[in-house]
Design a protein around this ligand. Structure first.
Ligand SMILES: NC(=O)c1ccc[n+]([C@@H]2O[C@H](COP(=O)([O-])OP(=O)(O)OC[C@H]3O[C@@H](n4cnc5c(N)ncnc54)[C@H](O)[C@@H]3O)[C@@H](O)[C@H]2O)c1
Length: 362
């Protein structure tokens, strides 16, 4: 089934296609949005090993002159060292402003490749071909591109939208199970904040085959929600914050464990469950919601709690989060599954009411 969404922004409109087997048609599809001749593909070593030569053949068969820039896999590639290497390769391949960059990979390749596209020669057109579930339902939509600094993740970046996004769920068949579940945490998040029907559908799938059969529906549902938030709040100053459900605690947990123990999705999973236990204890969230989240997280082999000796360290990290303004903190809480709101509160209130110890030991 071919599913298409148009992302309609104030200054730009672009299509997002979701279709099984789309990878094999990328040459023809890119021709519809790009009339030039030369393409630089930015990818990582894992994807290059699995798909690199096929991708170049597909692009060349469509008449493009194409070459690849291959990065080491993983977050360490979202660095300024990598960025300089990308610029070098773009110059050496003779890429100019009339040419196109194709980012082919997970969120790391999309973020750093998109940032390179936004800055090289003051901006070159690019298209996103996201290959991890997280990238297909989250990072490829919304135009946030970035590099990390040693002081923290995503500290330098811009909003720079692609000319198109091409999503092929077939590519997920080679994705490691841990990364698939990592992406499922974000899919569960979309269900929690906006789509009760999808939340229950995810709960009802019983086998990995059933999940795979429904992947286009899941990706489309998630992208439609992200599209809605991005269109309403392109620069992430208001309602787009709802997409941060689970992230306040999630970021604090990731940081506490030095980004080594939990993936981003796993940390968000813990954050969604802990935050909902908290809001349920305050009477904001309907009873049983935290239990429902815990059950779905267990189903997708995601953690829901952590065990640490000193819970106050997590709270210190929450206070330091760059998204807090002074003593105020915006937290995203559920009223029930499928209905979220932003709660503006103070860090003191949370410190007093949030019984972290209770939430931490499962
Ligand atoms: N821009 C945004 O709005 C946004 C939103 C959320 C996350 N992010 C960023 O996304 C990044 C995480 O993305 P990620 O989880 O995709 O990580 P990633 O890009 O490191 O990919 C995870 C791993 O899966 C491999 N992989 C990807 N697709 C594959 C496939 N089809 N088959 C086999 N292997 C495959 C990669 O090589 C890598 O080893 C973080 O840097 C995060 O900050 C950005």
């Amino acid at each position: 089934m071919n599913r298409c969404l148009d992302i309609n922004l104030v200054h730009k409109k672009y299509p997002l296609y979701i279709q099984r087997g789309l990878f094999n048609e990328l040459g023809a599809e890119i021709k519809k949005v790009y009339g030039g001749s030369k393409i630089a593909v930015i990818t990582d070593e894992n994807l290059n090993y699995l798909y690199g030569s096929r991708l170049l053949s597909i692009l060349k068969a469509a008449g493009f002159e194409a070459s690849s820039i291959v990065l080491p896999p993983g977050e360490k590639s979202k660095s300024f060292d990598t960025l300089l290497n990308i610029y070098d390769s773009l110059i050496n391949s003779g890429i100019n402003r009339s040419h196109l960059i194709v980012t082919f990979g997970g969120g790391v390749v999309g973020d750093i490749g998109g940032f390179a596209a936004s800055t090289y020669l003051r901006g070159v057109s690019y298209v996103q071909v996201p290959t991890s579930l997280l990238a297909q339902i989250d990072s490829s939509i919304g135009g946030k591109v970035a590099a990390d600094l040693k002081q923290g993740k995503n500290l330098v970046g811009s909003f720079y939208h692609p000319d198109a996004v091409f999503i092929d769920p077939e590519l997920l068949k080679t994705l490691d199970e841990r990364f698939l579940h990592d992406g499922m945490a974000e899919a569960i998040k979309y269900g929690c904040i906006r789509d009760k029907k999808m939340f229950h559908a995810l709960m009802d799938y019983n086998t990995s085959e059933e999940l795979d059969e429904n992947m286009e529906y899941i990706i489309h549902s998630c992208c439609a929600i992200k599209k809605e938030f991005v269109e309403k709040d392109e620069k992430d100053t208001g309602t787009r914050m709802l997409l941060n459900f689970g992230h306040t605690i999630g970021h604090a947990v990731e940081k506490y464990f030095n980004y080594e123990k939990y993936t981003h999705g796993e940390a968000v999973a813990i954050g969604m469950h802990m935050m909902t236990r908290f809001s349920e204890s305050l009477g904001i969230t309907s009873a049983g919601t935290a239990g429902a989240i815990r059950n779905i997280l267990c189903k997708y082999k995601l953690p829901h709690s952590i065990e640490i000796a000193d819970a106050s360290k997590i709270f210190e990290n929450i206070k330091l989060d760059k998204k807090n303004a002074g003593d105020h903190i915006n937290i995203v809480v559920l009223k029930e599954i499928g209905d979220a709101e932003i709660l503006k509160t103070s860090t003191d209130f949370i410190e007093e009411k949030f019984h972290l110890k209770e939430c931490i030991i499962s």
